[in-house]
Structure formats: structure tokens, C-alpha cells
Ligand binder design. Structure first.
Ligand code: NAD
Ligand code: MLT
Length: 558
């Protein structure tokens, strides 16, 4: 294990204790480290080769972690972590990070999707050419003092058909380069339409199976998922033409390695070129040394250009998130740029407060939530608002809830969350309404924002109101008769609790009907007083709900 500690230079504005701490877990380009070095208010350390308990302990002491694919950030290594806020992967694949575990803990996982695209596409072509022209064995033979021109005669790419499975960033770059070599390119990607594929100069196929008999070369550029694991195995190889050459620069496991050995041994496969392996690092494989096999140790992204780009990008993603809350290229949450954040910050606060409010007002196990967004708000990404509501709903139920993990935590608890957006402008330019159900009880509330930062509760169940959604709320429903408000004021006065604000509302504005009172209190009231309020003739329910004070935002929003 190599551990290097890089002390922060003196140009930081932050004191030791309030500096944000970033841990670099794999070797990244110097240019990325230089950005960390220059970042104000950031301390960083490089600790490579960590695993097990050492990794868990290290991760618990930092706000952010930057890695490549070397370190394995498992659920165990994140267990109990209450500090880490983000992991930035300098590269594309995040399969070395347990994303569900990170999400549960509210940790954003980001990657740098474009920095190494061209390098990996070029490496794919290099492997295709190397395989076709026997470069590696010819080179080794020459070093062995042999001049064998016949044995290493190869095949042209021009005129051949290349099959590409996965037509994302790298797949598309490979396609354009292969076409420049005079190849016919056919492809399969279930997430792209036929016309999108055709526009790339690629003939679309409906299934992998239908494409396989047509090809002279196959390259895969998909992530490793349950669908793509063992995508190419014995039966798929059997359906290909004899002499076909297979290349994998994506993830080990997409080709079944035992099936590759079998295919080479039988002579059905003309060659196999691998940059990635079922298990990495891989220094021993039955494939190594077999005729027609060309292997590199996961070098697709290993160019100066790609490494500089991904390191700089990962560090920038990390520092922007830790300092400004900007989320880009997140693989486990919605992206949010600072401009959008500024626009919806107030409503995120409303949604969060409504969540806390509903958890207290409903007061029982929640089974489902139905959120409705109305008016101008609908133009924004309402998924964030939903997450903010869920964070409020669980605020007093679970530890370390934030907008990254709240939806997953609701799902874990079996809470169904449905959302609906309506462009209508009712009474308010924007409104969030919610219905919470569970344990036979249904509760409703609506909230809006006055100005930039004044959350207002405008409806509770069927009662219209206009209450400040701040601090300690005493909410009681009652008969609209004289004496109720005076009685409640009296109970509070007896224990010296001052009423800061008060809002009352009546169903259908009917005198003598059913009404609600929402009081903002300057200090906490005792359960005894709340019970006393609830027992008064004419009062049906009384409940205290503790919301954040005015202007107080949760960590993830401030
Ligand atoms: P990408 O997300 O841009 O593209 C992946 C494509 O795969 C998408 O278009 C998606 O629709 C498609 N896809 C997903 N499931 C599929 C399936 N079942 N069948 C067919 N297509 C499917 O990703 P990318 O940047 O092009 O990267 C592709 C792969 O390459 C990733 O696994 C990445 O980790 C790997 N990669 C390897 C190296 C290396 O050093 N060898 C470098 C960079 C990326
Ligand atoms: C990636 O996913 O970006 C590549 O596999 C390259 C790397 O691991 O650095």
C-alpha cells in the first residue's frame, strides 16, 4: 500500500478545522492535483491502495473522495460514514463504487463521461488493427531474431463488417473511425431509435442475435449490467461466422472468458482482443499466450490527454459540489447547476418543510405520498422537489437524510411516492400540494413561497390558512365558536409561551363551522399544555410541529 500525504500549501483561506477535506484514492494526473492544490478552503490527501478497514476509516474522515477504477468503494467501506458527501470518479465506469450504498448514505456519485471517450475508441481500433495484422506476435518473433513474413500475414479491415453493441459515446466514435477504414458498420442499442442509429451511418439491428451472423468483427461498448453480463457466450459465438474477431474495451464479463477460450481452441474464433477482464487486475488467464489473442491491461483511457481531462474534471466536479452544491454528471441523483439551484432553492425549502410538517401532522406510519406541483414551478425539475419533500418526511425518522438518499430511503420503507405536475395557475403562481396516506389516515397540505424565502402553509386538510412555515407550530382544528382562541392563548400564557404569529381558517369560510388555528410559538410548549388544548370542548385535534426557524436551511440546501 502506498500512502502519500500532501500537506495543503499556505494559500488556503480556510482554517485547519473548517477546510473541506478531499481524499484521492487512486493515482490521478498531476493537473488534477494542481487544481486541488490551488482550491481555496480545500485540504487534500492522497492515499492509494486502500481496502478493508483502512479504507473505511479513511473515508470517514473526508468530505469527498476522488478515484479511478483501482479502489473498490464497497458498502462495507462506507458503513457508518456520516461525513462523506461525494465521490468523483475520474473516468466513466462507476462499477467499483457501491452506488446503492452511497445513495442510502446521501453521498453523490459523479463521473467524467467524456474525458476518455476518444482515447478508448482509438484503443479499440488499435486492438482491431493489432489483432488483424498480428502485431504482437510478429514483434515478439522479430525480437526472437526471426524474420517470418509468411506466418504473420493478416487481414484488411476495409470491406469487412463491424458489429457494435452499445452505441453511446465510445461506440459512436468507434463507428466513425471504422467507417473511415472502409468498414461496414452495423449496430445494436435498445436505447437509441433506428433513425438515430442510421444518422450515425450505422445499420440498426433489432437484436444482438440477429447481428451476430453478419459480422467479421464485434466490439462491445455497453456498461456491465445484468443484461450485458455474458452477453457473448458459447451459443452466441456458435452463431457467428468462422474466423470472426472479438474486441472488448468496455468491461470484463460482457464476453464470457471460458467461452472465448473454447471458441479459440475450436478454431471458430479468428482472434480475441481484450483490454478488460472478468476480474481485475488480471495477470493470469488461460487466454494469455493463446494464439490469436491480444491483451492490454485496461489501457483504454490511459493516454496523457484522457488522464489530464478526467482528473481535472473529477476534481472540478468535486470542488463545485462541496463548495456550491452544483451537481453535474451524477450517476445516482438529478443534476443541478448553480443557476437552477438559485431558482428553486426557496421551493426546495417549502417542499422540505412540508415534508416535516406532514410527518408530524399525519403522525402515523406513512404508506403513500402523492405530490402535485402547480404553476410556474412545473418548469423546474420537480424530481428535486420530490426528493426535498421526502427528506423532510424522513427528517425525524432516519439519520443523515438528504435529497440524494431520501427517495431511496422512502422506497426502502415501502413508501410509494407519486408525483403530478399541473401547469395551471390557481390562486398562487406556484404551489406544492401533498396527500399523505397510511394507517387508515389521510392528510393533506399545500405550501407556497412568498418573496424569495418566506415559506407559507396555505392549506391543511380542507382548511385554508396563511401561516408561516417556520419554527414551532401549534396546529389545532376546532369548532368556529367564540372562546377557543382565547382558551388556547390562556393555556400557553400559563407556561409563559409567547405567540409570534397566528393564522386561522374556516372550511368554505362558514361562520360557526369547522376551523383551524396555526400558531407560531416563540418557545416550546409542554405536552401537558398540548393535551390541555386538545381536551377543550370544541377542539378536535392539537399537535405541535417543529419546523426549522425562519431562514434555517438543511445542510444540503445551505
Ligand atoms: P455510454 O453510456 O455513453 O454508452 C453506453 C451505451 O450502451 C449506451 O448508448 C446504452 O444505451 C448502451 N447499452 C446499455 N445497455 C445495453 C444493452 N443491454 N445492449 C446494448 N446497448 C446497451 O458509455 P461509454 O462512455 O460509451 O462507455 C462504454 C463502456 O466503456 C462503459 O462500460 C465504460 O465503463 C467503458 N470504458 C472503458 C474504458 C477502458 O479503459 N477500457 C474507458 C472508458 C469507458
Ligand atoms: C473508465 O471507465 O473510465 C475506464 O475503465 C478507464 C479507467 O478505469 O480509468
Amino acid at each position: 500500500m502506498s500512502i502519500t500525504s500532501t500537506p495543503k500549501p499556505m494559500n488556503t483561506n480556510a482554517s485547519e478545522s473548517d477546510a473541506l477535506r478531499i481524499l484521492v484514492l487512486d493515482n490521478i494526473a498531476q493537473e488534477g492535483l494542481a487544481l486541488l492544490e490551488a482550491a481555496e478552503g480545500i485540504d487534500y490527501e492522497i492515499q492509494t491502495g486502500l481496502s478493508g478497514e483502512a479504507l473505511r476509516t479513511a473515508l470517514s474522515q473526508f468530505d469527498g473522495a476522488v478515484c479511478r477504477s483501482g479502489v473498490k468503494i464497497t458498502a462495507e467501506s462506507l458503513e457508518g460514514n456520516t461525513r462523506l458527501k461525494a465521490i468523483a470518479r475520474a473516468g466513466v465506469g462507476t462499477d467499483n463504487i457501491d452506488k446503492p450504498a452511497a445513495t442510502r448514505l446521501g453521498i453523490v456519485v459523479m463521473n467524467t463521461p467524456t474525458g476518455n471517450t476518444v482515447s478508448t475508441a482509438e484503443h479499440t481500433l488499435a486492438l482491431m488493427l493489432g489483432l488483424s495484422r498480428n502485431l504482437a506476435p510478429a514483434h515478439a518473433s522479430l525480437l526472437d531474431s526471426k524474420w517470418d513474413r509468411k506466418k504473420f500475414s493478416g487481414r484488411q479491415l476495409a470491406g469487412k463488417t463491424l458489429g457494435i453493441v452499445g452505441l453511446g459515446r465510445i461506440g459512436q466514435e468507434v463507428a466513425s473511425r471504422a467507417r473511415a477504414f472502409g468498414m461496414t458498420v452495423i449496430g445494436y442499442d435498445p436505447f437509441l431509435s433506428n433513425s438515430q442509429i442510421e444518422q450515425l451511418g450505422i445499420e440498426p439491428y433489432e437484436t444482438v442475435e440477429s447481428l451476430l451472423p453478419e459480422i467479421d468483427y464485434l466490439t462491445v461498448h455497453t456498461p456491465l449490467t445484468p443484461e450485458t453480463k455474458d452477453l457473448i457466450s458459447t451459443s452466441q459465438i456458435a452463431s457467428m461466422k468462422p474466423g470472426v474477431r472479438l474486441i472488448n474495451c468496455a468491461r470484463g464479463g460482457i464476453y464470457n472468458e471460458a467461452a472465448l477460450v473454447e471458441g479459440l481452441n475450436s478454431g471458430h474464433l479468428g482472434g480475441v482482443a481484450l483490454d478488460v477482464y472478468e476480474s481485475e487486475p488480471c495477470t493470469d488467464s488461460p487466454l494469455f499466450g493463446m494464439e490469436g489473442v491480444l491483451c492490454t491491461p485496461h489501457l483504454g483511457a490511459s493516454t496523457e490527454e484522457a488522464q489530464i481531462q478526467v482528473a481535472e474534471e473529477a476534481v472540478t466536479l468535486m470542488t463545485n459540489y462541496l463548495k456550491n452544491g452544483e451537481i453535474r454528471h451524477a450517476v445516482n441523483t438529478v443534476a443541478v447547476d448553480p443557476k437552477t439551484m438559485e431558482k428553486i432553492r426557496g421551493y426546495l425549502d417549502v417542499a422540505f418543510r412540508l415534508g416535516i410538517m406532514m410527518s408530524g401532522w399525519h403522525g402515523r406510519a406513512v404508506e403513500s405520498v402523492a405530490l402535485e406541483y402547480h404553476g410556474e414551478l412545473v418548469e423546474q425539475d420537480t424530481r428535486l422537489l420530490t426528493s426535498a419533500f421526502c427528506a423532510g418526511l424522513l427528517e425525524n425518522v432516519a439519520d443523515h437524510v438528504n435529497i440524494i438518499n431520501s427517495s431511496a430511503l422512502c422506497e426502502e420503507r415501502g413508501i410509494e411516492v407519486a408525483t403530478h405536475a399541473k401547469r395551471d395557475h390557481a390562486t398562487f403562481s406556484s404551489l406544492i400540494s401533498v396527500t399523505v396516506r397510511g394507517d387508515g389516515i389521510t392528510c393533506q397540505a399545500s405550501g407556497t413561497l412568498f418573496g424569495k424565502d418566506m415559506p407559507r402553509l396555505v392549506k391543511v386538510d380542507n382548511y385554508p390558512t396563511d401561516a408561516y412555515m417556520d419554527g414551532i407550530l401549534l396546529i389545532f382544528t376546532h369548532q368556529d365558536i367564540p372562546g377557543v382562541i382565547g382558551y388556547v392563548g390562556n393555556v400557553l400564557a400559563q407556561e409563559g409561551v409567547n405567540i409570534a404569529q397566528m393564522a386561522v381558517g374556516r372550511v368554505a369560510d362558514e361562520v360557526g363551522g369547522r376551523a383551524i388555528g396555526v400558531l407560531n410559538l416563540d418557545s416550546p410548549t409542554s405536552q401537558e399544555s398540548v393535551d390541555c388544548v386538545a381536551q377543550f370542548d370544541g377542539i378536535e385535534t392539537a399537535r405541535v410541529i417543529n419546523l426549522p426557524a425562519h431562514g434555517e436551511l438543511p445542510d444540503w440546501l445551505s
